[in-house]
Design a protein around this ligand. Structure first.
Ligand SMILES: Cc1cc2nc3c(=O)[nH]c(=O)nc-3n(C[C@H](O)[C@H](O)[C@H](O)COP(=O)(O)OP(=O)(O)OC[C@H]3O[C@@H](n4cnc5c(N)ncnc54)[C@H](O)[C@@H]3O)c2cc1C
Length: 427
């Protein structure tokens, strides 16, 4: 560990932090993958900023009372202090280097910040395989590549786990007779990949991607050059693109029931969509909300039969068929209002609720690739049966790649195919 980081405990809090000058404290736990991800960033930032700001680590499990008194409920949590006062952001979970730097810089004068920045050098790293995206597709490729002794680095903008980490329960992944919480399934997959020997760069900013030369730059500080790259960046919930959507995203409009349904205990929620995801998520929201209004553009739901039966049997759910949302607004009480249009008549009316969930299909995460890939008609990356794209030595697997069905098993299977193909090609 850097000698610019000190371990402290609650007895040191008053003298080191409250009476300190400029301080950053990392509340960490053991057996906590996000804490390990943060630890490497904390080390290197302590080296860069440690002459001006004190870097402390405090073991949360042994200092629980102090942590609770400060409102620190999860690990890792980073707190910044200036002259004994809490300063800047409280950072939790998959903390990015850029978020920490923003807060550290704000504590210092411009001259000091400039001198720190001018002393930072971009490092060059080489590997055989770089995987972009640590969901089931990327992690399975990582497990196979690691076990084949391929020198592999897996990079993700967030923590590992992808979309499944925010899925409440997974009941169709083979090997488990009971439904598994999505985040646990992905925790095991991530640990298995690390045990197979892959290196990780999680919760980073991907600052440049040069697919032709197979170089990916992260955090503006490390350039990773690979012989082969697998793109496993998945897909994201589609936006409706109507007024008010961007404005109220995260402030009344959500795209993730697992993340946000708990905030609507005993409240009224509007769900937009009628496919599998919309109906399954509406059923999950029904565990919390007192009323759910499903607004769907067609006269029937598109979800599978079992989900439909459950939804029709759920008394809390009402259906508003053949309507589309046109605008989102807030009402005076701070609740959400949706203007909906009846498609047959063109008649518009407003409905109000405490929150809105949008499940309007998905779109591939390809914005970082500058239009270099051959795509299918829906915008997903076209591959051959070995997951090779139109660019030599670049592969695509999982939800980002063209296919009829997007599931965990399919992403894992494609990750397998790409990694075995690469292993043979590298021999
Ligand atoms: C609500 C919901 C419920 C679902 N339930 C099930 C289910 O029960 N069973 C099932 O089999 N499937 C389910 N699915 C589908 C399943 O989640 C996906 O098929 C699967 O996650 C695809 O895996 P992936 O690795 O391709 O992508 P993802 O899981 O989406 O992972 C992609 C990763 O790439 C990262 N990333 C994105 N862009 C970049 C970039 N430029 N650089 C670096 N990293 C990047 C992301 O942070 C993410 O971690 C569900 C999907 C949803 C939305």
């Amino acid at each position: 560990m850097s000698d610019k980081i000190s371990h402290i405990s609650n007895e040191d809090w008053e003298t080191r932090v409250v009476q300190g000058d400029l301080v950053v404290v990392d509340f960490y736990s053991t057996e906590c993958p996000p804490c390990e991800t943060l630890a490497a960033k904390f080390e290197s930032l302590a080296e860069a900023y440690g002459d001006y700001i004190k870097f402390y680590k405090i073991f949360r499990q042994e200092n629980r009372e102090l942590a609770e008194s400060l409102g620190v409920e999860s690990s890792p949590t980073l707190l910044f202090y200036k002259n004994g006062e809490l300063f800047g952001d409280i950072l939790r979970g998959g903390v990015k280097r850029s978020e920490i730097i923003r807060n550290l810089d704000a504590m210092l004068t411009g001259d000091i910040v400039d001198s720190i920045k001018s002393s930072q050098r971009v490092t060059e790293t080489e590997c055989e395989l770089l995987i972009l995206g640590a969901g089931p597709g990327g992690l399975t490729a990582g497990i196979y590549a690691g076990q084949a002794k391929i020198d592999t680095i897996i990079v993700d903008k967030n923590l590992a786990g992808g979309q499944v980490s925010t899925t409440h329960q997974v009941s169709n992944y083979p090997g488990f007779d009971e439904p598994q919480p999505g985040f646990m399934l992905m925790h095991y997959m991530g640990e298995q990949a690390v045990k197979a020997g892959i290196k990780t760069r999680y919760a980073v900013d991907v600052t440049n991607i040069d697919l032709e030369n197979k170089i990916v730059e992260i955090d503006g500080l490390e350039r990773i050059k690979a012989k082969k790259i697998i793109i496993s960046t998945g897909s994201s919930p589609g936006e409706l693109g109507i007024p008010g959507e961007r404005e109220y995203k995260g402030k009344g409009i959500s795209y993730c029931a697992t993340c946000d349904a708990k905030y609507y205990d005993g409240k009224h929620v509007i769900v937009i969509g009628g496919g599998n995801t919309a109906i399954e998520e509406a059923l999950f929201i029904a565990k919390f909300a007192s009323k759910i209004s499903i607004v769907h553009q067609f006269a029937e739901l598109q979800a599978n039969k079992i989900a439909q039966e459950k939804a029709f049997a759920e008394e809390k759910i009402e259906f508003i068929f053949e309507h589309e949302p046109r605008e989102f607004k807030k009402n005076e009480a701070g609740g959400m209002v949706v203007e909906i249009e009846e498609l047959k008549t063109g008649k518009r009316r407003e409905i109000s609720a405490d929150g809105i969930f949008i499940f309007a299909g998905m779109k591939p995460n390809i914005d970082d690739f500058d239009g270099v890939f051959q795509l299918d008609e829906w915008g997903y990356i076209h591959t051959d049966e070995l997951q090779r794209t139109n660019i030599k030595d670049i592969y695509a697997v999982g939800d980002v790649a063209s296919k009829p069905y997007r599931q965990i098993t399919v992403a894992a299977a494609e990750g397998t195919v790409a990694a075995i193909t690469i292993s043979k090609e590298l021999e």
